[in-house]
Ligand binder design. Structure first.
Ligand code: 76R
Length: 245
């Protein structure tokens, strides 16, 4: 058997996509809506406090297109905290107007192809326990590495996988400062093998990076992709405007 790469794993991750039921939202009384908005903003404040204490991180985006309306990404030290948070959201007033659209469970992962990172190294810590950027655009998609016939990532020798990922990282680094990526592993947790989350100031950089990577050997030969979600940042202070009907 080929040798598995060692990974170091950080915070647990939940991507939670919801669709707003605008019809029932409009039918609700103004008092009910105000109450729901206020309670949701209080939740966001609570999560911001967790982030300030560096016990997790979260971001909220408005999905473009019909796959969902809201895209929430949550990082927490344990998987238990993910369900706590999810349940708290489900019990809120606003949740009466939300329908599940998609969710994805994973854990922040660094693979050790190019030497070992130590959890004591501040740079490694920053990547395992990232405070998510609140950049204007975000994109999420799940992916697999192919396991078919002669194209089987999992039967390639370690050195060959390391070489291909090194080439991959060179493409990625061209986008330093333009795109920030968080790779989360989901073996045993969800339907695909990895979650890919990208943040950009300019949406076009997301397209350029993903397109350019298609030509890297590792993506061209071995990449299999799920549904893509793209969104625009939703700040707490814009919540009233966004939900105003
Ligand atoms: O040590 C490092 O993390 C840097 C080198 C690196 C690895 C090992 C790296 C860099 N990636 C690594 C691993 Mn990546 N990455 C993706 C996608 O759409 C596609 O074609 C693929 C989705 C993007 C957009 C992306 C971006 N990467 C991985 C792995 C795990 C592989 C394994 O373990 O078998 C996956 C699934 C994956 C997928 N990658 C980078 C980027 C970018 C932008 C970088 C440069 C980051 C930087 O150095 O700042």
């Amino acid at each position: 058997a080929a040798e598995a790469v060692k990974t170091v794993d950080g915070w647990y991750c939940l991507h939670d996509m919801r669709t707003i039921d605008w019809t029932s939202w409009k039918l609700a009384s103004k008092e009910e809506r105000d109450e729901a908005i206020q309670e949701f903003k209080n939740l966001l404040t609570k999560w911001e406090d967790v982030e300030k204490e560096e016990n997790g991180s979260n971001v909220l985006y408005k999905v473009v297109g019909q796959k969902a309306d809201l895209m929430l990404m949550i990082l927490r030290p344990t998987m238990n905290e993910l369900t706590d948070l999810e349940t708290e959201l489900n019990k809120s007033k606003l949740a009466e107007f939300l329908q599940p659209a998609y969710s994805y469970v994973s854990v922040v992962e660094l693979s050790q192809y190019s030497g070992n990172s130590s959890a004591d190294d501040p740079k490694t810590r920053e990547r395992l326990y990232p405070i998510l950027p609140k950049w204007e655009h975000m994109c999420f998609y799940p992916m697999d590495k192919r396991r078919q016939g002669d194209e089987n990532w999992y039967s390639l020798p370690f050195k060959e996988r390391a070489r291909q990922l090194y080439e991959h990282s060179k493409t990625g680094r061209k986008y330093a400062g333009e795109v920030k990526q968080v790779i989360t592993g989901s073996f045993g947790f969800d339907d695909w093998e990895w979650g890919v989350t990208l943040f950009a100031h300019d949406a076009i950089q997301l397209k350029k990076l993903v397109y350019e990577m298609r030509f890297d050997e590792v993506s061209a030969k071995y990449g299999e992709f799920g549904a893509f979600y793209v969104g625009n940042h939703l700040a707490k202070d814009d919540m009233d405007d966004y939900l105003h009907v």
